[in-house]
Write a new protein. Structure first.
Length: 201
């Protein structure tokens, strides 16, 4: 009789491998990280990584695949709010807060190195960015209509600039001297979006 595969157990094992791999890739780099290292860090047997993943590239991609449901949940909490500017700032807080993960700087470096070599990885990253940009653009449009946001910029273009500010937080973090970038990112986006108050004589 064929053994029944428990999908929950498979999902748990895949996630354990992904979480362990993130730390290993961030610490040792993509090229120097082995499946054995990942399995050991996950508390699994050495052959388990390639039982649950096709290859090392698929393991690396799985780290960024996890971002999509996490970002979907973050956006869903704020997308229908009527205080559009504050909703955007809270989304930005959530995105920039990921910089606080000790693995974030190393993973960003490895991601930039891998993007040109893995079309599937590029698709995942672009899909994730599109999800966030579309949500921010929708909030920007509603906020402009409500007079909460400066109407001087096109929403989708502005959404991409906001995400570029968030990306800058990742690119400028110093692993040897970590800091919380959220106040600065929040202030930057807030000052960009707030309506310019006209002085009345």
């Amino acid at each position: 009789m064929a053994r029944t595969v428990d999908p929950n157990r498979v999902a748990e094992r895949r996630r354990a491998i992904t979480v362990a791999a993130a730390e290993q890739f961030a610490t040792h780099g993509y090229e120097r990280t082995t499946a054995t290292q990942i399995a050991r860090a996950a508390g699994l047997s050495s052959g388990s990584v390639f039982y649950y993943f096709k290859d090392k590239a698929a393991v690396f991609r799985s780290i960024f695949e996890l971002s999509i449901p996490a970002h979907t949940e973050l956006i869903a909490r704020h997308l229908d709010r009527t205080d559009c500017l504050d909703a955007i700032l809270d989304i930005v807080d959530g995105l920039a807060g990921e910089v606080l993960d000790p693995s974030a700087p190393g993973l960003m470096f490895e991601l930039l190195r891998r993007l040109g070599h893995d079309d599937e990885l590029a698709t995942i990253v672009l899909d994730d960015a599109r999800l966030s940009a579309e949500a921010l653009a929708a909030l920007l449009e509603r906020g402009i209509s409500a007079g909460q946001i400066d109407p001087g910029f096109e929403p989708m273009e502005t959404a991409r600039w906001i995400l570029a500010v968030v990306d800058g937080a990742f690119l400028n973090t110093d692993p040897a001297d970590p800091y919380d970038p959220r106040p600065l990112v929040r202030a930057t986006v807030s000052r960009l979006l707030r309506p310019i108050e006209t002085e009345h004589p």
